[in-house]
Design a protein around this ligand. Structure first.
Ligand SMILES: C[S@@+](CC[C@H](N)C(=O)[O-])C[C@H]1O[C@@H](n2cnc3c(N)ncnc32)[C@H](O)[C@@H]1O
Length: 265
């Protein structure tokens, strides 16, 4: 389709990454909210864009009071979907997942159908100009007065609270920023799509280290710091071990922004 940039995605979609996404989901939900408290819970239809493994929807189904709520997940790739492109639920209708690129308009049957659209962590696959496009397409899914909740990480804010920064931390951060900029991705929090921002600092070495293990090897290959992912993984293992040892005395910090907005016509 004219004007839509070629898809770049900086992460893998293999079994290890599926496990990491599910663990990351649990970590984020422990620290933040599944659904922001400003959004009413009497929802009748909820969509998740860039759903990945569908883990957010699976948890939403468990907490919403309306057990017949309509849920639907969309992703540009089905590689991390459960078998049959459905999330099975005992005694309930399965949750359907569809392949759809959020840079393209959603099919007519989904437009105006949802009272909450959720987006989380598309940063490894969206170019700077794509954010506004995804937001516009997401908006079409909403009923009037429907809610959007978009959660993103700011890759430029990754650090620890040490007064003097460990070289491994600088390298891990700069490698991702350089690769994202080189590939046309956008490492900063996408503030222009936010109507309201609530940014929080998080401290959990496991999550941050997990993100670095997944993101830095392809970044290193992209910017020529390693010949292939195997070599890059070896270098990153060393850097992450240094970082983890460092975090026994220092706290890892990362900015995670949750933006909530309501559709007005
Ligand atoms: C880091 S994962 C996050 C998955 C999920 N939102 C979560 O928080 O667990 C990013 C997901 O966005 C998907 N994605 C990237 N670009 C996309 C696009 N243009 N349209 C739809 N999904 C996209 C990827 O395929 C991947 O599954």
């Amino acid at each position: 389709m004219g004007g839509i940039s070629h898809q770049v995605y900086l992460l893998d979609r293999d079994e290890a990454e599926t496990k990491r996404l599910n663990n990351q989901h649990r970590f984020l939900v422990d620290l933040s909210n599944l659904i922001h408290p400003s959004i009413p819970t009497d929802l009748t239809a909820v969509a998740d864009i860039g759903t990945g493994t569908g883990v957010w929807l699976e948890d939403v189904a468990k907490v919403l009071p309306n057990k017949s709520v309509h849920l639907h997940g969309f992703d540009i790739s089905s590689d991390q979907f459960p078998r049959g492109h459905q999330i099975q639920r005992p005694g309930q209708k399965p949750i359907p997942l569809s392949v759809h690129d959020a840079l393209h308009p959603f099919p007519a049957e989904h437009r105006g159908r949802y009272d909450l659209v959720h987006i989380r962590l598309l940063t490894a696959g969206l170019k700077q100009a794509d954010y506004i496009r995804v937001l516009a397409n997401a908006r079409t899914l909403l009923k009037p007065n429907g809610w959007i909740q978009w959660e993103e990480v700011d890759h430029t804010a990754f650090c620890t609270d040490a007064t003097s920064e460990l070289a491994a931390v600088t390298r891990l951060r700069e490698c991702v920023i350089e690769a994202m900029l080189k590939l046309g991705l956008w490492p900063f929090a996408p503030q222009r799509v936010y109507d309201e921002i609530s940014a929080n600092g998080f401290a959990d070495v496991k999550w941050v280290a997990g993100v670095m293990r997944a993101l830095v090897p392809p970044s290193m290959v992209a910017i020529g710091q390693a010949e292939d992912t195997t070599q890059a993984r070896g270098i990153v293992d060393g850097l992450v071990r240094e970082f983890e040892a460092h975090c026994e005395s220092e706290t890892a910090l990362v900015n995670f922004g949750v933006t909530v907005g309501r559709r007005v016509d």
